[in-house]
Ligand binder design. Structure first.
Ligand SMILES: Nc1ncnc2c1ncn2[C@@H]1O[C@H](COP(=O)(O)OP(=O)(O)OP(=O)(O)O)[C@@H](O)[C@H]1O
Length: 271
């Protein structure tokens, strides 16, 4: 019996001539909260697509919630995974409550002829309250701020009682206050759900929730460091992953990165 929620074994991914993922392994256990870190183009989103059962690797084995990709229907598997994608493609002016309920139906829009049961509405409202949006329950999606949308998407992702929560750059485009609120929300829901495992993708260390327990640093499709967060997120590993000298610090659970001068010679500025 294993409590591995997610297992990637020696996974590769090829796109045309390019080997984008070059042999990566990752095991996420119940209650672990992983950060997938690396520079632009490192392969983070590609890897998250395997974790979310959106794509198959070219080689290697991916097991999500004990089921092996290639042997089960991807769509059935996806219903057990909570996915927070800030590019949520909703077109209709659904209310906050309706958006959260689509987490139960596993759809973007409300399915035709579907009416939620009273306990489903109750559950949606409780999740909305847990992300601090009780007062915005009836507000329509188009009028929400980006930060509010992020928090709605977290409630939506949790509506299906997932064992695995995937967060794809959830704080992208948020101002500093909205970012902090979203990170607090993530830390809050994660602490309130001890059995949940999560994987968050970001390239900014400042965007890691304080609840992050582990990290996989990747660069050009290869692992630079992997393991417990305090051992993996170091100045040395981050500098190697981003190919630039970077000082990393952790205070009160949160990480901060500061680039050292690179020594690049800058040209003369004409006046
Ligand atoms: N549709 C595509 N067609 C061709 N190459 C692609 C495509 N999508 C991604 N790639 C390439 O695959 C590699 C990994 O991309 P991926 O999006 O997984 O990286 P990432 O680490 O998530 O980057 P970012 O931080 O910029 O989002 C990159 O070299 C990228 O150029």
């Amino acid at each position: 019996m294993t409590d591995a929620v997610l297992k990637l074994e020696d996974v590769t991914f090829r796109r045309g001539q390019d080997l984008i993922i070059r042999g990566l392994s990752l095991t996420v256990h119940r209650g672990e909260h992983w950060a997938l870190l690396g520079p632009n183009g490192a392969g983070k989103s590609t890897l998250l697509n395997f974790c979310g059962a959106w794509a198959h690797p070219t080689s290697g084995v991916v097991s999500v919630l004990g089921r092996r990709l290639g042997r089960v229907e991807l769509q059935a598997l996806r219903r057990d995974i909570g996915h927070v994608d800030p590019r949520h493609p909703l077109r209709s002016p659904l209310s906050v409550r309706e958006v959260v309920l689509t987490g139960i139906t596993g759809t973007i829009e409300t399915p035709m002829r579907w009416t939620p049961a009273a306990e489903q509405v109750e559950k949606a409202d409780s999740l909305i309250a847990s992300v601090g949006l009780a007062h915005r329950r009836t507000a329509a999606w188009p009028v929400l701020s980006q930060g509010e949308r992020g928090r709605v998407l977290i409630a939506r992702a949790l509506a299906g009682d997932p064992r695995l929560l995937l967060l794809d750059e959830p704080t992208t485009g948020l101002d500093v206050a909205a970012r902090e609120q979203l990170l607090e929300t993530i830390a809050h829901v994660v602490s309130a759900t001890p059995d949940l495992a999560s994987v968050i993708v970001t390239h900014h260390l400042e965007e890691l929730p304080a609840t992050t327990t582990h990290a996989l640093l990747i660069s050009e499709g290869l692992a630079v460091a992997s393991g417990r967060a305090e051992a993996a997120i170091t100045s040395d590993a981050i500098s190697r992953a981003f190919k630039h000298p970077i000082d990393v610090q952790r205070t009160e659970g949160r990480w901060h990165a500061r680039a050292r001068a690179s020594g690049v010679r800058l040209g003369h500025v004409a006046h």
